[in-house]
Ligand binder design. Structure first.
Ligand code: MN
Length: 495
């Protein structure tokens, strides 16, 4: 995603009642705040000041302009003065970009010895933003409210989190997912309604026969292969003996072919299915790992929802410390004093989460019936992380998030895939109980770059239900939340 070209528009509401002089000050103050947001390291995109809005026509125009702009990720709205909110109805009901209501005030402190009615008439957001809040609520408008002074670091950080979710929502508008083969036969959770996905999440899911991929793979030249193999030697721990193995050349051929196919069709996420690899010599492991590291979303076994989520989370995490990967809850350590989850997959874990330099290896794979595939082997960095799963509930999408701590893993000399050992919040028993009640998938998007608020903001923007399993999760309360949500989404859908 081109972050340098992505914009947030800073809009300020007012009215003509106060006269030209006050409006001039409103304009100058808004410019100052917009510039401060633009310069903040917390907000990764450009923040663009828009002239102060004093009429219904101007408000409607800016909302329509935002809708049409391919670079505008959302609006930040602030009422410096009172701005009668009937003026906002026409614009807000047409707005289909994310909205952040920034409840701030230009002056942090009340100037006790100086304050007079002129100050009071200029600094009215304490009541002006309530009028704006009412109309947003009356319109049932999904938005984020952030409260506090515009120079406060906590406030800037909250706006930054929302901005990252808005970047992912903008990216999703044009997100095309290529599926090589269908879903793994008989698997339920990786299925779902693709028309609903496009209606609600904007995801375009395109199916291809694996022959379309093998066609692209067959066109890869010897030079492309040798250049890639050289790159592998630079990027990973790989002895000459491994680098010269035919399996590595084959992996490079698959990578170059996949890359060409995805670039040719402007796809930013993709799936594979080990049941459907006709014409491919080995399961794409290394290729998938390297493509994920370059920002592509991925889901195994035809899991297009997870592929899209991995992509969206990579966009949200752009430039942040820590990576994001496709993941699966694989095996448990159920020692009551030290319960943990071992996350891994057959091969496809993204090296962006690796602690240290990954090792390039070739080993047999007991599943899929193909030649020994190349893969990167590594462990994830210890520290805070989360896993997210998007499931389809029939009438809506549900985003389930579990926060966790990645811990050091004892040596596993015979396990030759990338893996992560973690302790879920609040504990494995509660987390797994809640996850299973929520219907969370075995596949997830795992991230060490994001926190739960990024995902909550993203869910709100995409009308997905959001449930969080964190340190405060309590099973009975969580079950009730799920039941209440059923009711809400049922009624919210209308007829
Ligand atoms: Mn799987």
């Amino acid at each position: 995603m081109n972050i340098n070209k992505t914009e947030l528009w800073f809009i300020t509401g007012s009215q003509h009642l106060y006269g030209a002089e006050t409006l001039k000050q409103v304009d100058a103050d808004s410019k100052t705040i917009a510039r401060a947001l633009d310069r903040s390291g917390e907000i990764p995109v450009r923040v663009v000041f828009k002239p102060v809005l004093t009429t219904a026509d101007a408000i409607t125009s800016i909302c329509l302009e935002a809708n049409n702009s391919p670079v505008c990720a959302g609006l930040i709205a602030w009422m410096h003065t009172f701005s009668p909110a009937k003026m906002w109805i026409s614009g807000l009901k047409r707005l289909d970009k994310p909205l952040l209501h920034f409840h701030t005030q230009f002056n942090r402190d009340i100037p006790w010895s100086e304050i007079d009615m002129d100050f009071m008439n200029l600094n009215q957001s304490a009541h002006g933003d309530r009028e704006f809040g009412f109309i947003c609520s009356r319109l049932r408008l999904e938005r984020k409210v952030v409260v506090g002074h515009w120079q406060d670091s906590e406030v800037l950080s909250a706006i930054g989190v929302w901005t990252r979710a808005a970047m992912a929502a903008l990216d999703a508008r044009t997100l095309k997912i290529a599926r090589f083969g269908d879903n793994m036969r008989d698997v339920a959770v990786t299925e779902g309604n693709k028309v609903s996905a496009q209606l609600k999440l904007d995801y375009q899911v395109h199916g291809f026969g694996v022959g379309d991929l093998t066609d692209a793979v067959s066109k890869v030249s010897g030079r492309q292969i040798s250049e890639l193999v050289k790159q592998y030697g630079d990027d990973y721990k790989a002895p000459a003996k491994v680098l010269s193995a035919p399996a590595i050349k084959e992996a490079a051929r698959i990578e170059a072919g996949m890359r060409a196919f995805l670039e040719g069709g402007s796809f930013r996420a993709f799936t594979t299915n080990f049941e459907d690899l006709h014409g491919l010599v080995q399961l794409p492991g290394l290729a998938v790992q390297r493509l994920m590291a370059d920002g592509y979303g991925f889901g195994a076994e035809g899991d297009w929802k997870t592929a899209a989520l991995v992509r969206s989370m990579k966009v949200m995490g752009e430039g942040l410390k820590g990576g994001t990967s496709f993941m699966e809850d694989y095996t448990y350590h159920l020692d009551p004093k030290n319960m943990a989850v071992l996350g891994a997959h057959m091969l496809e874990v993204c090296p962006s989460i690796a602690a240290g330099r990954p090792a390039l290896e070739v080993h047999p794979l007991g599943i899929g019936g193909k030649a020994d595939p190349a893969r990167l082997v590594f462990k994830a960095r210890p520290g805070k992380a989360l896993a997210a799963s998007m499931v389809e509930m029939g009438d809506r999408f549900r985003l389930i998030v579990n926060t966790m701590k990645v811990v050091d893993c004892p040596p596993m000399p015979k396990l030759t895939v990338a893996s992560v050992l973690w302790k879920p919040d609040p504990d494995l028993k509660t987390a797994a109980t809640a996850w299973i009640y929520a219907g969370g998938a075995h596949h997830t998007s795992f991230s060490q770059a994001l926190n739960a608020e990024h995902l909550a903001d993203f869910a709100a923007m995409t009308s997905a239900e959001f449930v969080l399993i964190d340190g405060k999760c309590e099973t009975e309360q969580f079950k009730k939340e799920l039941r209440w949500n059923e009711l809400f989404y049922h009624l919210n859908m209308g007829l």
